[in-house]
Design a protein around this ligand. Structure first.
Ligand code: KIV
Length: 284
């Protein structure tokens, strides 16, 4: 079981091997996804929405991300762990961005960080992080940290101007040294153009089948998210239904067997008590 390393991903692209990415936020899920053979586990700031119940990812802090990244790192042995840099942790100056990315690596145990956006500011930050030895994954298209500016979680890159801008952003991010780029909610043809124009792999989410890999939020694909899920998020199972019916079965068992269970527990305690007093007598 050879661990996945950052340079392996480019080789996978060259060989035409698709890259499977899922999000995880805790030890147990990381263990399961790792056992299944996922290549990258993304500790996404989507943790804010699917685990912590926020309306968007903006309230997620660096400390929250470190906490969840630590748990995921303890659970995964093979998958490469990438941690999201949350809102305002990489935009307020280079020194702060380096310190914050460093904490996700040093304290969280991630191998790489992901930053959203493609403006010159972001590209410069990506370049600087790569310079100090921190691998960076880019993220273009629908960038949830800009939800207010985008006017909601809407598909991006739909007109030719936006498409050209995205192609250019992908190119400069690659030149800045990112090792992969997430393309979220953009037309499949645009994702295909970006993918063929880059040497580094693209990881799509709602961006068609031509990307070098795909990422999904694990709670969506496992059918755990009870609210509306994005239309592209294929659900491979319905765990929420299984959990509710298992919990109902347990509740029924507890309610039906209260007196039996109580009696059994009482008997066990009485037996333990008389054994202890026998032991005490023998010692005296
Ligand atoms: O936060 C996240 O989970 C993400 C993925 C949806 C790409 O950024």
């Amino acid at each position: 079981m050879k661990p996945v390393r950052v340079p392996d991903l480019r080789v996978m692209k060259e060989r035409g091997e698709k890259i499977a990415v899922l999000t995880a936020y805790d030890y147990t899920m990381a263990r399961l996804l790792d056992r299944a053979g996922v290549d990258i586990i993304l500790v996404g700031d989507s943790v804010g929405m699917v685990v912590l119940g926020f309306d968007n990812t903006l309230p997620v802090t660096l400390d929250m991300m470190i906490h969840h990244t630590k748990a995921v790192s303890r659970g995964a042995k093979r998958a490469l762990i990438v941690a999201d840099m949350p809102f305002l942790t990489f935009q307020l100056g280079m020194e702060e961005a380096m310190r914050n990315a460093g904490r996700l690596i040093q304290e969280g145990g991630a191998a790489a960080v992901k930053i959203e956006g493609g403006g010159s500011h972001i590209v410069e930050t990506a370049n600087r992080l790569v310079d100090i030895g921190i691998p960076v994954m880019g993220h273009l298209g629908l960038t949830p940290q800009s939800v207010h500016q985008l006017g909601g979680f809407r598909p991006q890159g739909r007109d030719s101007e936006a498409a050209e801008r995205l192609l250019k952003d992908a190119d400069v991010l690659e030149k800045a040294g990112v090792f992969a780029i997430v393309l979220e909610s953009i037309p499949a043809e645009l994702a295909a153009r970006v993918t063929s124009s880059l040497k580094v792999p693209t990881i799509g989410i709602g961006a068609g089948p031509e990307c070098d890999g795909q990422v999904l939020v694990s709670y969506d694909m496992l059918g755990l998210s009870e609210g509306p899920v994005p239309p592209f998020a294929k659900q491979y199972t319905q765990l929420s239904e299984q959990i509710v019916s298992a919990a109902r079965a347990y509740i029924e068992d507890v309610r039906r067997s209260t007196s039996e269970a109580g009696e059994a527990q009482g008997r066990a305690e009485r037996e333990r008590g008389s054994a202890a007093s026998r032991e005490a007598r023998n010692l005296n």
